[in-house]
Ligand binder design. Sequence first.
Ligand code: CO
Length: 219
Amino acid sequence: MGRTKASDLLLLKNRAWAEETKARDAGFFDRLAQTQSPRFLWIGCADSRVPADAITGTRPGEIFVHRNIANLVVHTDLNMLSVLSYAVNVLEVDHVIVCGHHGCGGVHAAMGTKDLGLINKWLRNIKDVCAANRAELDAIADPHLRENRLVELNVMAQVGNLMKTTIIQRAWKKRRSPWLHAWVYDLGDGILQELEAVAPGTPLEYPFALDVDGEVEPE
Ligand code: CO
């Protein structure tokens, strides 16, 4: 065997965690291995400083998680749509939380003009939010505050994108759930804030409301 790799430390820590958890609650793993019934879907940024379970005090089994750069809800993203569909239709979560964070590298990059290669295509979604809110953003003199505001506008835009999916529209019609939440996390003090909560059944503006009476799930 060669030198100890940094990743070996994670495996060691995992052993310690599993032993401690079992010592505290002997049935913990048996119970969780049977089934999961989380009440929340979290769509967050991939940023290592924003771990969904740690900052919400949730334990294994309590929160279903999807993360990508800058917490985007993109209608051509099969990964996100599959997670959303499973969480909403099978797990029947009651809350979908889109969580952004101040100091987001994705949002920062999207506000700039640098050619970043492949990631340009992903950041385009945030640039669209920036362009759509140009007047409000231009009125903020402090670049730091301007960037924080785009983080917030981006989270709310992604909640808007959730509403536009047939997955959400059909679930609202069928079972009056889930709630959709726009949250922002402050890296500076660890505090989460709710910017917006959208109740099931909230009407969509033209032309985004779809006829979702059928049982077909086209995605
Ligand atoms: Co981020």
